[in-house]
Design a protein around this ligand. Structure first.
Ligand SMILES: Nc1nc2c(ncn2[C@@H]2O[C@H](COP(=O)(O)OP(=O)(O)O)[C@@H](O)[C@H]2O)c(=O)[nH]1
Ligand SMILES: [Mg+2]
Length: 222
């Protein structure tokens, strides 16, 4: 048992060391890095596709996609006009700092303004692993129900921004915006909650402004 605990401690220490290394590289390159997490189907890839289409003429963007299998999401992002690298985790339920280090070898970080990391669809494990990012974004969506913040508090607690996607479907669900906001605010009183629809484009400007502001802050760190 003591041996297993020591091994687990070593793995955590190594992961933290790699995350610090990543954070240093991102800051030296002046690239803003956001780690997106949320349930499968919340619309993480849809948000990145829309972001790519709307911001690619203004900012130099790239993405890393994490999925158990296939390169479908990376191809969607590439079709939206920005470079994207797919990571397949096999059975892994989250992205690791080691995987991000390997993936960024293909990017010239200093030539980027923003790098988006779409974590594996999962509201539990990704929250436990630092990838050296500047910000964490939790993406949720109306069909998932309004109680996700209180059922999965760790992900929301560590977030810097919450996106509520698929507001075009509000009328078709029993989702209560008032309850959702109250649950999020109960954990993080001042966090931005950006309610939008990747389908209709409603609310997208506020998200793009949030990205622009974070990017400016990251650029100052160089
Ligand atoms: N109605 C509606 N559907 C959406 C919206 N955003 C994404 N979707 C759909 O939701 C499904 C899952 O989206 P995807 O981006 O693959 O989710 P991910 O697993 O979080 O990356 C797809 O069929 C999208 O077309 C939205 O704002 N409104
Ligand atoms: Mg996806």
């Amino acid at each position: 048992m003591a041996k297993r605990i020591r091994l687990a401690q070593r793995v955590v220490a190594e992961s933290d060391r790699l995350a610090k290394d990543l954070a240093g590289r991102f800051n030296r390159a002046g690239v803003f890095v956001a780690n997106l997490m949320g349930s499968p189907g919340a619309g993480k890839t849809a948000l990145l596709e829309e972001t790519a289409r709307r911001l690619k003429g203004e900012l130099r963007l790239a993405a890393i996609e994490g999925d158990l299998a296939t390169d479908r999401d990376a191809r969607r992002i590439q079709s939206a006009g920005i470079p994207c690298r797919q990571i397949n985790t096999g059975g892994g339920c989250h992205l690791s700092a080691r995987q991000i280090l390997d993936a960024i070898a293909e990017f010239d970080l200093a030539a980027l303004d923003c790098l988006f990391i779409e974590n594996v669809g999962n509201l539990v494990c990704p929250a436990e692993f630092d990838l050296g990012e500047h910000c964490r974004v939790v993406v949720s969506s109306t069909p998932e129900g309004d109680d996700k913040p209180i059922k999965y508090p760790v992900a929301f607690h560590h977030a810097d921004c919450v996106v509520l996607n698929k507001i075009d479907l509000l009328a078709a669900t029993d989702f209560s915006l008032e309850a959702y906001r109250r649950f999020v605010r109960g954990l993080r009183p001042r966090i931005p909650i950006l309610e939008l629809s990747c389908r209709t484009g409603e609310g997208m400007e506020a998200w793009l402004d949030w990205v622009r502001t974070q990017r400016r802050t990251a650029a100052v760190r160089v």
